[in-house]
Design a protein around this ligand. Structure first.
Ligand code: PRP
Ligand code: URA
Length: 208
C-alpha cells in the first residue's frame, strides 16, 4: 500500500487559503499555485537518495552529496502545468514530460490525448503533477502511461485530494506514494472536490 503524505506547513496553509478563495484572480492564483508547488517539493524530495561527489572549493577538495537519480516532472495537462515552474525552480536539472488527459464532464472518465517523455524514464524518479486528485481517474491513467515508458520510481504530487481519489490511486498503483497539500472532505455529485477550489485549469488559464 502506498504512503499518503499531507504536507503540513503554515506557509502552504496560508497559500492554500489564497487559491481556495473565489475572489482570487487568475494572476495571483497562478503565482500561488506555483509557489505551493515549490514548497511541497521540499517534502517530496526529503528521502531522495544521494551519492558522494568530490568538489573543489576555492580552499580545498571536499566530498559533497548530490542526487543519485535524474528527476522527471510530468504535469498532467492542463492544470499540472501550473505547478511545474515552482518545482523546476528548486530542481533545475529536472527534465519535463507531458501527458494530456482530460476527464469527460458527464462520465468523469479520463481521456488521453497527448504524451511526450524524455528518454531514460526507467532510471529516473518521476513526479506526476496535477493540483487536483478528484476521482483519481486522470492521475491513474497518467501513471499507467509513464509505467508503459518504463518508469518504476513514481510519486504523485497534488494540491487538493479527497478520499475517493486516494482510494482509487492506491488500488490501481499501490507502488506510487501520494503527496498533497490538503485532503478535502469528498466529491460532490458533479465530481468536484468539496470544499476544493473549483475548476483548477479554468482558474489557472482564465478560460471561464
Ligand atoms: C482536472 C484536473 C485533473 C482532473 C482531476 O482536469 O486538473 O487533471 O480534472 O479529476 P479526476 O481525478 O476526476 O480525473 P480537467 O479534466 O478538467 O482538464 P484541464 O486541466 O484541461 O482543465
Ligand atoms: N478538477 C478540478 O479542476 N477541480 C475539481 O474539484 C475536480 C476536478
Amino acid at each position: 500500500m502506498s504512503k499518503v503524505v499531507v504536507v503540513n506547513h503554515p506557509l502552504i496553509d496560508h497559500k492554500m487559503a489564497k487559491i481556495r478563495d473565489k475572489q482570487t484572480e487568475t494572476k495571483q492564483f497562478r503565482e500561488t499555485v506555483s509557489e505551493i508547488g515549490m514548497l511541497i517539493t521540499y517534502e517530496i524530495t526529503r528521502d531522495f537518495e544521494t551519492v558522494p561527489k568530490e568538489v573543489e572549493t576555492p580552499i580545498q577538495k571536499t566530498i559533497c552529496n548530490v542526487l543519485k537519480k535524474p528527476v522527471v516532472i510530468v504535469p498532467i495537462l492542463r492544470a499540472g502545468l501550473g505547478m511545474v515552474e515552482g518545482i523546476h525552480n528548486i530542481i533545475p536539472n529536472a527534465r519535463i514530460g507531458h501527458v494530456g488527459v482530460y476527464r469527460d464532464e458527464e462520465t468523469l472518465e479520463p481521456h488521453e490525448y497527448f504524451a511526450k517523455f524524455p528518454v531514460d524514464m526507467n532510471i529516473s524518479t518521476v513526479l506526476i503533477v496535477d493540483p487536483m486528485l478528484a476521482t483519481g481517474g486522470s492521475a491513474s491513467a497518467s501513471i499507467t502511461m509513464v509505467k508503459k515508458r518504463g518508469a518504476t520510481d513514481i510519486r504523485f504530487v497534488g494540491l487538493v485530494g479527497c478520499p475517493e481519489g486516494v482510494k482509487k490511486l492506491q488500488a490501481d498503483h499501490p507502488d506510487v506514494d501520494i503527496y498533497l497539500a490538503a485532503m478535502d472532505e469528498k466529491l460532490n455529485e458533479k465530481g468536484y472536490i468539496i470544499p476544493g477550489l473549483g475548476d483548477c485549469g479554468d482558474r489557472l488559464f482564465g478560460t471561464k
